[in-house]
Design a protein around this ligand. Sequence first.
Ligand code: SME
Length: 312
Amino acid sequence: MIKEIYFAGGCFWGVEHFFKSVHGVVSACPGYANGQLDNPSYEQVYTDKTGHAETVRVQYDDARIGLQELTSLFFATIDPVQKDGQGHDIGTRYRTGVFYKEQEDLPVLQAEFAHQRTLLAAEDPAAEFCPELVPLKNFYPAEEYHQKYLDKNPGGYCHLDFKVFVYRDLYQDAKALIEGEPDPVARMSEVAALVHERMKFFWTGFYRVLPAVSTGTELVLGPFQGPAACLRIPYGRGVCGTAWKQARTIVVPDVEKFPGHIACSSLSRSEIVVPVFAQDGTVTAVLDIDSKELGTFDRTDAAFLQLVVALL
Ligand code: SME
């Protein structure tokens, strides 16, 4: 069945460009939602006085993609702590939110919003979560020149980092490649290779929670791509052991400033570690990625890599 949902994620040029290539999406239409004026023009909305949000109507085939997955992809494209704006685009017309038409969609959306609030609280307990979850009041498609804007204007302005589009395709390819494969090491191997190749990182790999040499459990290397690395990491040690202990993603802009960082290679300057969770919420592995540059990883990497490891 074809269904629809409305995503306000900042400038609608980039949001449309992102969603129109998501598998299962049949159309993505930029427009103006939830304002006070009928049939507003771009110039009227631009005054920021009409109450509209730049919004993309996403029509999707629910046999191919679900609302939860679509909404999780939406969250990977936004900064949920930026109020009334995204990137350099400032104003209530660039506020973020999900607007729904069907009451039956609300429980799925509420669950995803709760999950996103939890992720944000793990990252920064003091941060304010800004996206709205409200019914759609009205929607007017934008003028023709806004439709498929970035196809008509290659290299045109886009508030989204280019890596958002690379991660979108990587996520979809990982999903298609590992679907139906029951062996966890085979799935991790495929994901490590895809992430490493597409993102051109220095080291990409997994450490799995396995029986320790003496007692208890510890992180054990593999599968990975890149130079030889430390074989075992104890609970709570290094970035990996800390991400395991705290059961949350850790972004390290400068490894020299992370107390207890384990240097498998002196070339590594920044790092991200993303836990892999079992159904019951326990950590079964971590995805560890190293870069030779400082400050390589941000919220976009964290959000998409969390989506990728959730496929495992
Ligand atoms: N730097 C990691 C150790 C693993 S290597 O980066 C591959 C850490 O501190 O846990």
